[in-house]
Design a protein around this ligand. Structure first.
Ligand code: HEM
Length: 156
């Protein structure tokens, strides 16, 4: 018989790897590489990276949600959300909600319009602000991964 809980866990972890691995690559390699370029080139580079990565990240984010909800139901984990010692479960959901807000609301509705106007990159703060935002999001995501694995092992 198929253990669907285990299948959901595999999907959850694989989707996290694709998604946060992509955020790592963008944050530590691609954005710093293009941040040094002229504003127009940065805008172009940013657009190219974003257009390729955002659809992949959106699929991964949906898979993380579905597999996470499935596990919570399958293993009857809902009461954890009412207990503070399971703060790492809250952290996972918080990080998920932040990325979902960025990918599904801010990016399509605000950033795409604002940052695709190359004039927005006429001053230097834009690349610096994008880098800072990505670093904070990456840090939170790594913390959530470490906390989830540690929490599951009973470290906290
Ligand atoms: C709404 C969003 C999410 C829900 C409902 C959710 C739910 C869950 C559940 C129920 C588990 C199993 C816990 C256990 O077996 O004790 C789990 C494990 C895990 N989650 Fe999430 N999660 C979500 C988002 C995230 C995010 C955003 C990340 C990473 C940035 C993440 C990373 C992990 C990791 C690494 C594990 C541990 C897997 C293991 O050690 O077997 N989750 N999640």
């Amino acid at each position: 018989m198929i253990d669907w809980g285990a299948v959901a866990r595999i999907v959850h972890v694989l989707a996290v790897v694709v998604w946060i691995g992509g955020v790592w690559m963008v944050t530590t390699i691609l954005l710093p590489a293009i941040a040094a370029k002229a504003p127009a080139e940065f805008a172009q580079g940013f657009r190219e990276i974003e257009q390729r990565f955002a659809p992949q990240a959106r699929i991964a984010v949906i898979l993380v949600l579905l597999s996470g909800l499935y596990m919570a139901q399958h293993y009857a984990l809902w009461p954890r959300f009412g207990q503070s010692r399971f703060w790492w479960m809250h952290l996972m959901v918080f990080v998920w909600a932040l990325f979902a807000l960025l990918l599904f609301v801010l990016e399509p509705l605000v950033l795409r319009r604002k940052f695709h106007q190359e004039a927005a990159f006429a001053s230097r703060p834009a690349p610096a602000a994008m880098l800072r935002l990505h670093r904070v999001m990456l840090g939170l995501a790594l913390l959530a991964i470490a906390a989830a694995v540690g929490g599951r092992e009973g470290l906290f």
